[in-house]
Write a protein that binds this ligand. Structure first.
Ligand SMILES: [Zn+2]
Ligand SMILES: [Zn+2]
Length: 396
């Protein structure tokens, strides 16, 4: 039986798990109900697991390391702090919701593992799995590294998937190399001195300094990065509490993000931005503080593995679904923390549009987003087939 047929047989079970997670979303690093459900399902299917250090992440292995290499399969399981607007019979019961589809990611990994467990004696190597919290913070993957996800056993390669609900066709989308951008999320505090707006020389104007920092920081992109290896820089938050038409406030706050598909450019911005902040602050007598909220590298697929995943998707799904290469996307993903340490990796998208009655589809993080649950068939089928093929290719 093909993995597509096997996944179809597990579809009702998959939907039940996904809908239970969807109705009871949890945000961040502690996901007690989600983890309890996944552990219960792993128990039902005799898949052994443990907790990664003192985190709520679930890890385990399948197969036989003496036959070949170790492949890491990773699924995230956290929700986001936004209220869902789609009218689903299994809508979120909380103020947070699975608008990024991580309920489908955790379920897809679970279904892939159930199918691989059935074929365990045929696996030409070892599967290591990770159910990960806090992807949305862009710091969950980093915590996984700190807690030893790359040890005992050390994976030789990794694979993960993400839902893509605003595509045109249902199927699999893969980037050959650059997949997703790096993300440097930062906060800047400018400490000035309040004064009356008519007497600015009595104070240190933090709003003026903030505006110089915004301009100066963009000079990094325009003057210091190679034109073909660019980055973006957006400061989406500016606040100067206590200010008014004629009042210079004491402090100003900026928050923003920089993205790039190129690791050298991302490193350059991460190094130069705090320098620009500090020196512009000093130039105008303000004290500044610069804080990094998250710094995830770009997510880069390795060509050989991308090709293997594409061929595996075609093998698993046949002609019923589309399988295509796509261009890089400038969103970010904290699996990059892990992937950047692996010799081989492929991250792919499950295109799963579910248009509303007017034919509209919505992207992840949109409160109206709806995912086509067929993703719970084609995602796990692709992941399981690609895992089997990768282990076979790398067997002893
Ligand atoms: Zn997200
Ligand atoms: Zn996501």
């Amino acid at each position: 039986m093909s993995y597509l047929e096997k996944a179809r047989k597990l579809f009702d079970e998959a939907k039940a798990v996904r809908r239970q997670i969807h109705q009871n979303p949890e945000v961040g690093f502690e996901l007690p109900e989600t983890v309890e459900l996944i552990k219960k399902k792993l128990d039902e299917h005799n898949i052994a697991y443990s907790q990664l250090g003192d985190t709520c992440a679930i890890v385990g292995t399948l197969g036989d390391p003496s036959k070949g290499k170790t492949l890491l399969l990773r699924g995230d399981m956290d929700a986001i702090p936004m209220v869902e607007e789609a009218e689903l019979e299994f809508a979120s019961k909380k103020e947070c919701s699975h608008l990024c589809g991580h309920d489908l990611h955790a379920t897809s990994l679970l279904i892939a593992l159930i199918m691989l467990k059935e074929d365990e004696d045929k696996l030409q190597g070892q599967i290591k799995f990770l159910f990960q919290p806090a992807e949305e913070t862009l710091n969950g993957g980093k915590l996984m590294l700190e807690k030893g996800i790359l040890e005992n056993p050390k994976p030789d390669a990794g694979m993960a998937l993400h839902m893509w609900p605003n595509g045109k066709k249902t199927g699999i989308l893969i980037q050959k190399k650059e997949a997703l951008a790096s993300a440097l999320n930062f906060k800047i505090e400018i400490k000035g001195k309040g004064a009356h707006g008519a007497l600015p020389y009595n104070g240190i104007d933090p709003v003026f300094v903030a505006s110089q920092i915004i301009n100066g920081a963009n000079g990094i992109l325009a003057r210091e990065l190679p034109s073909n290896k660019g980055a973006s820089l957006s400061m989406g938050y500016i606040n100067a509490p206590g200010g008014a038409i004629n009042i210079i406030p004491p402090n100003a706050y900026l928050e923003g993000t920089s993205r790039s598909l190129y690791s050298e450019s991302a490193k350059h911005v991460a190094q130069r931005l705090p320098e620009i902040v500090e020196h512009i602050g000093k130039a105008f007598r303000a004290e500044t503080e610069y804080e990094v909220a998250a710094n995830a590298p770009a997510l880069i697929n390795t060509l050989e593995m991308s090709e293997l995943v594409k061929e595996s998707a075609e093998e698993a799904l046949g002609s019923e679904y589309s399988v295509e290469y796509i261009e890089p996307i400038l969103a970010s993903e904290d699996y990059a923390h892990i992937a950047s340490h692996l010799p081989e990796s492929c991250y792919f998208f499950v295109s799963c549009p579910s248009p509303d009655e007017d034919g509209n589809v919505y992207a992840v993080h949109n409160p109206k987003v709806v995912f086509n649950e067929e993703a719970l068939i084609i995602g796990p089928a692709t992941m399981a087939q690609a895992a089997v093929n990768w282990l076979k290719k790398n067997s002893k």
